[in-house]
Design a protein around this ligand. Sequence first.
Ligand SMILES: Nc1ncnc2c1ncn2[C@@H]1O[C@H](COP(=O)(O)OP(=O)(O)OP(=O)(O)O)[C@@H](O)[C@H]1O
Length: 279
Amino acid sequence: MLEIKGLKKSFKAKEVLKNLNFSIKEGEIVCLLGNNGAGKTTVINCILRMIQADAGSILLDGRDIFTYKNKEYFSEVNALLESSVNVYDYLTGWQNIEYFSGLLNIDSGNEKIKTYISLFELEEAIHEAVGTYSRGMRQKLALLIALMSSPKLLLLDEPTLGLDIQSKLSVIQILNTIIKTEKIAVLLTSHQMDVVQKLQSRILILKDGVVHEFDKTDYEDKDLYMVSFIKDNVPECDTVRGSFQDIYQSYYKKYEILEIRKKERDLEEILLEVFHEND
Ligand SMILES: Nc1ncnc2c1ncn2[C@@H]1O[C@H](COP(=O)(O)OP(=O)(O)OP(=O)(O)O)[C@@H](O)[C@H]1O
């Protein structure tokens, strides 16, 4: 679906993208993570053809993105950018949908839009001005509008920034389901590790101008367990290193064991380690 090959981009003497290579398949969410200034927005801007790379190529469905005419390209690629206005406050939710459907030349009365309004739980407020919406509702409306044209590729820059837990979870759930059923390729940037952890996504780390595929299992400590047990009628919990058998044997003899389970490392903690590797 999307292939990025040998992408390079410098701003004056600053080499931001040195040799970027990755691809995204349909129905796949890819989270592009990196420290502030790593170059995530630069990648998105290159894909949106807002800036031209110095070298390398970006292919959509095997075709260089610069061979597409604007209208054709942006009917296949859509973006929800943190920095730009995505919905208009003085229009109602429905008027926004009608306005953007008109621009995209799609029928605002189609079944998909009706289904999305209900899935995004916007039915009750759909005829109210967006200015009265909560941040979560606005974001869901913006996401609905980005999805209603059935793009092949959707770029999401910090889609859950400023949302409360409930709204975050609802956006995550929507993304996890719709992206697979609609077979959309998604490139998402976020600094919110709780969101990244819950998204059914592949993770790429952008560091020093190149991307690395991240596999959480490479960083798991395979011999670390949490043991919950009763000692002198009081529940306690230890973090212990060793094999399951050895830990079981040593606790079994002394205490009533409630549970022994692998201690999972927090994604944020692991990524912090990854971002600072070789610094
Ligand atoms: N138009 C530009 N002119 C000059 N420098 C730029 C331009 N755009 C980006 N940069 C520089 O390129 C680097 C990467 O910026 P970019 O915005 O892509 O990072 P980012 O990973 O998106 O950061 P953040 O997480 O803070 O949004 C930064 O050092 C930035 O100052």
